[in-house]
Design a protein around this ligand. Structure first.
Ligand code: ZN
Length: 195
């Protein structure tokens, strides 16, 4: 249902990311119009209280629609989005907080044709976006670090938390599991960067 409603909005070409010739003011007007539409629907169907049991770490890439990926994610999932799905200490804490708030399944993703990954391999872009590419460089090490956090490691050990690592095919949104970094608390070898 929710996805069908999204499809109904698709004809609004002003929101089409391919149309780069429109002005920022036009985009902003469309943004406000969309919000009026959405909030009117929300007034009619008030939000219920839910406690998410799934948290996902996803790249900020606009092609990846988390609602499409797993169904309606707006209330049932915590979604953390960063460039290249790379965590810093801040995101590690955000995800640990979500686990403290009841999350039982944590999904760490990466995706094909990732601009952040490409930037990390391009000397010019590395110089222009040093903080972002550093985060991408550290991505796998951060996962290992996150899994070793006492709260996370303890919940995994107790069977109270499941951590999955997924590759998203950007074109089809099909997912495949990978275990680039180990999801147990066993001592981890330094994970290799994908090429
Ligand atoms: Zn990406």
């Amino acid at each position: 249902m929710a996805n069908a409603a999204y499809r109904m909005q698709d004809h609004l070409v002003e929101y089409d990311l391919e149309h780069h010739d429109i002005t920022p003011e036009q985009v902003w007007s469309e943004f406000k119009l969309q919000n009026q539409l959405a909030s009117k629907v929300r007034e009619t169907f008030p939000r219920r209280t839910v406690h998410p049991v799934v948290a996902m770490l996803v790249c900020m890439d606009a092609r990846i629609d988390t609602n499409e990926l797993v169904g309606d994610t707006r209330h049932n999932y915590y979604i953390v989005r960063t460039a290249g799905s790379a965590m810093s200490l801040k995101e590690e804490e955000m995800l640990e907080l979500s686990v403290a708030n009841g999350v039982k399944v944590l999904i760490l993703t990466r995706h094909s044709d990732c601009a952040a990954e490409k930037a990390a391999k391009d000397p010019e872009l590395r110089a222009r976006y040093p903080a972002m590419v550093a985060a991408v460089d550290e991505r796998d090490a951060r996962i290992v670090e996150f899994l070793a956090r006492p709260v996370i490691a303890e919940r995994i050990r107790a069977g109270a938390l499941l951590v999955k690592q997924l590759d998203i095919d950007t074109a089809t949104e099909k997912v495949a599991e990978h275990t680039l970094a180990p999801t147990t608390s066993a001592p981890a070898p330094q994970a290799e960067q994908p090429h």
